[in-house]
Write a protein that binds this ligand. Structure first.
Ligand code: MSP
Length: 527
């Protein structure tokens, strides 16, 4: 069932400066989850990710590794693709800012800006932060240091090209007035609007002469195009903007959801909309700014010895548990905390106790009481059944709404309410007593509802944890597409005797020893 509605999702393109950590993995898996959900809802969902390969920082890292920048970024692109494949990220395109298709389009975009008078040549003097590749005005500095990373800044002066941001000030303000929900969460929008837009925009310096690893300005080659102009435009160049074939652009632009970290919202909330206005292209529909995964002692950093890599978690605990933790831990727009204890406890409580046990108990009971055969859909419901059904149907609606708004952690929380409620239903209905007292019709009702709730749960967790969902369907004896489709969530199914027989399977998640695993993770973080 495809309604042919498109849904274009993007991640930031990552700096290939070092090994990708769980922060980067978080954004990508978040975007992938939304893609999977949209596909289940019949959308033609398109996910773009990639690498932001130019700039001084990359040039320096390559040099320190004794490589050319190109050799370095090629290796990193392979590493990124390997990681995304390990994480089952189903991206539709992987753009690299060194791709010819991108370079050519950026040159043309720059030319177009020049022709339209959006870019002019001038001289720049300011405080420059090398790692962030950004100039700051004296008032933007915090204690004389970079407001973004807190590092030392250097005073620099250079001939440069400027983008006339001031020209677009009124249009940008109007855009925010007309689209108050463009940025989510709202507090990030307010921050951006009040601190950066309302006080008045400064023209933006869009070239550098301090390094040469980047796209050169045509006809004035000592200037390299500013990394953010180069980078932000990837969302349209990947779709063929300014190439011979703009079919994808016509089909997918504007983006429906651009996922970014809170630290880079300024670039997406100011410069990107203005570049788009200057190109006469429509605005993206939604900019979602997520928080950061933090460690007990602040940001992850190699020098603090507190970095955790996705591979470590995946190899030891599996992909689904890793994804579950990341997606659950960061509630809408807020930071989340990674601690070894938190990871293991969440694994044991949410995945083993709540979900795993529910499946195990249900399958055990259906095997014991009905030789694995799922009972028919009941005609007469008890009051416990009715209240359970009402609860579940309401929850499904909430999950759907949360997923529509890309609130993945909330959606997981609601799905887990169904799991808890279903576990409670077992305690309320006491199937073992029903069996002992030979109240077989009631017992059938209970088993039927347990299977139905597990089937519904599996459908809803599928965008998050595909393997777990498949294992659940498999153990429940469900391999019918109709029964695993999102639309079937609102229905109570009639199972077919010959087809749907539950099978005893491996436990979904095996309980972890807290002490042992905490020690393991702490050691890994020190490596
Ligand atoms: N290259 C730019 C983006 C250009 S997009 C046109 C960039 N790259 S980055 O590699 O430094 O960061 C990429 C993304 O990872 C950002 O959205 C950033 O917020 C996110 N994260 C980096 N560390 C993170 C955590 N610890 N937790 C969650 N996300 C984090 O910025």
């Amino acid at each position: 069932m495809c309604n042919n509605k498109k849904y274009y999702i993007t991640t930031p393109i990552y700096y290939p400066s070092g090994k990708f950590h769980i922060g980067t993995a978080y954004t990508t898996t978040f975007a992938n989850t939304i893609k999977k959900y949209r596909q289940m809802r019949g959308y033609d969902a398109y996910l773009l990710t990639g690498l932001d390969e130019h700039g001084q920082k990359i040039q320096d890292v390559a040099l320190s590794r004794g490589k050319t920048p190109q050799e370095h970024v090629d290796e990193m692109a392979d590493a990124a693709k390997k990681l995304w494949s390990k994480m089952n990220i189903d991206y539709d395109d992987f753009i690299r800012t060194t791709d010819k298709r991108h370079v050519k389009a950026v040159e043309k975009i720059f030319e177009k800006f020049m022709e339209n008078g959006d870019i002019y040549k001038g001289e720049y003097e300011g405080w420059y932060c090398v790692p962030c590749e950004t100039y700051f005005t004296p008032t933007q500095l915090v204690d004389g240091k970079c407001p973004d990373c807190g590092r030392e800044v250097t005073k620099m002066k250079e001939e440069a090209y400027f983008f006339n941001m001031k020209k677009y000030q009124d249009r940008l303000v109007k855009f925010y007035e007309e689209n108050p929900n463009f940025i989510e969460p709202a507090f990030r929008k307010n921050e951006l609007f009040n601190n950066f837009i309302k006080p008045g925009l400064e023209d933006l310096c869009v070239t550098r002469t301090t390094f040469d690893w980047g796209i050169k300005v045509k006809g004035d080659e000592k200037h390299v195009i500013y990394v953010w102009l180069d980078a932000l435009t990837n969302y349209i160049t990947a779709l063929g903007y300014m190439s011979d074939d703009e079919t994808k652009l016509e089909k997918y632009w504007p983006a429906d959801l651009q996922i970014v970290g809170k630290d880079i919202i300024r670039f997406y909330g100011i410069y990107w909309p203005i570049f788009l206005m200057a190109l006469d292209l429509p605005m993206p529909k939604k900019l979602f700014a997520h928080g950061w995964i933090m460690m007990k002692d602040g940001k992850m950093s190699k020098s603090k010895g507190n970095v955790i890599y996705p591979e470590t978690l995946i190899d030891r605990y599996g992909l689904d548990a890793t994804k579950y933790f990341l997606l659950k831990e960061l509630s809408i727009g807020q930071d989340g905390l990674f601690t070894p204890e938190g990871f293991v406890e969440r694994f044991n409580s949410d995945l083993c106790n709540d979900l795993g046990n529910l499946l195990n108990r249900t399958i055990g009971m259906i095997n014991k009481y009905f030789e694995g055969e799922i009972p028919d859909k009941p005609n007469d419901l008890t009051s416990l059944d009715t209240s359970l059904e009402k609860f579940v149907l309401e929850e499904i609606r909430i999950v759907e709404k949360e997923m529509d708004e890309a609130h993945v952690s909330n959606a997981l929380e609601e799905i887990w309410k169904i799991i808890s409620r279903t576990n409670k239903y077992i305690d309320e209905t006491t199937p073992w007593i029903l069996f002992k007292e030979e109240r077989i019709d009631e017992l059938k009702n209970v088993m039927y509802h347990l299977v139905e709730n597990l089937r519904k749960t599996a459908i809803m967790v599928k965008p998050f944890m595909e393997e777990t969902a498949c294992k659940m369907f498999n153990q429940l004896g469900i391999d019918d597409n109709r029964l695993t489709a999102w639309d079937s969530l609102y229905e109570y199914q009639q199972y077919k005797k010959e087809l749907n027989v539950v099978k005893k399977g491996e436990p979904l998640f095996v309980r972890l020893d807290l002490q042992e695993e905490v020690e393991f993770l702490k050691n890994e973080m020190k490596k």
